[in-house]
Design a protein around this ligand. Structure first.
Ligand SMILES: Nc1ncnc2c1ncn2[C@@H]1O[C@H](COP(=O)(O)OP(=O)(O)OP(=O)(O)O)[C@@H](O)[C@H]1O
Ligand SMILES: [Mg+2]
Length: 240
């Protein structure tokens, strides 16, 4: 198994606040890792720092064996930020074409790639609508579809299923499992503990550190609880 992400002793401070305190973390091909932790724990910061969108204060982050920022590597992975970065005045389809071109898909590849990604998130019937008229969940779905374009080997998804209804959430997770079978590595943050149960490994970010990093089953037995939600609460010291 090849490492797609490799973080070594990564540190990030904002002023006096230590957000990432010596983070060691890796993700291999065919692995789905769920990153969980309380709001403000630093999940998005960890992602932005590894991608070079925030500058690390110490340590190293390799993404597809390269130090970031690296424009070419950014084009090779599927990244979905926590806040949607879409062109509101363009239609869903125009957004997808724009990002497909940015990722270097050829004119011949684009239509099929868009059809498939739009179908995964159930947006095929809304592609001609302007994004300004999309609901919050539709924007999330469009961002996810964009991340899937170009068959990236690595997906980094920051709360991809916020605002997505249960049926579609299942469909999205079926797609993620399928991508995993094809060898794609996936890092996904979530506050939905049912989703964390579907991952191969869960990383719990707390107080600037990865406090626990193991399969959902191992974590449950280590913490002697029945759900990942209880692992989370027990680690936080809030399980009564
Ligand atoms: N650009 C910034 N400048 C200053 N502080 C920041 C900045 N970005 C994040 N922070 C702080 O870093 C901490 C971690 O934020 P981050 O967004 O990474 O948390 P998170 O785990 O992704 O939370 P959530 O689950 O709410 O998305 C927070 O205390 C936040 O206020
Ligand atoms: Mg976040």
């Amino acid at each position: 198994m090849k490492k797609l992400l490799d973080l070594q002793a990564l540190r990030k401070n904002f002023g006096q606040q230590v957000v990432l305190n010596n983070i060691n973390f890796s993700l291999a091909t065919g692995e789905i890792i769920g990153l969980i932790g309380p709001s403000g724990a630093g999940k998005s910061t960890m992602i932005k720092t590894m991608l070079g969108m925030e500058k690390a204060d110490d340590g190293e982050a390799l993404v597809l064996n390269h130090r970031m920022p690296n424009r070419r590597i950014l084009g090779e992975l599927g990244y979905m930020a926590q806040s949607d970065a879409l062109y509101e005045t363009l239609s869903g389809l125009e957004n997808m074409v724009f990002f497909a071109q940015m990722k270097g898909l050829t004119r011949a590849e684009i239509p099929e790639a868009i059809d498939h990604a739009a179908q995964v998130v159930d947006l095929s019937d809304h592609l001609n609508k302007s994004v300004a008229g999309y609901s919050g969940g539709m924007k999330r779905r469009l961002s996810l579809a964009i991340a899937l374009l170009g068959n990236p080997k690595l997906l980094i998804l920051d709360e991809p299923t916020v605002g997505i209804d249960p049926a579609l959430r299942r469909k999205v997770w079926r797609e993620l499992r399928q991508l995993k079978q094809d060898g794609v590595g996936i890092l996904v943050t979530t506050h939905v503990m049912d989703e964390a149960e579907l991952t191969d490994k869960v990383g719990l970010l707390l107080d600037g550190k990865i406090m626990a990093f193991d399969s959902p089953d191992n974590l449950k037995s280590t913490y002697a609880v029945n759900t990942i939600e209880d692992v989370f609460l027990k680690a936080e010291g809030e399980l009564l």
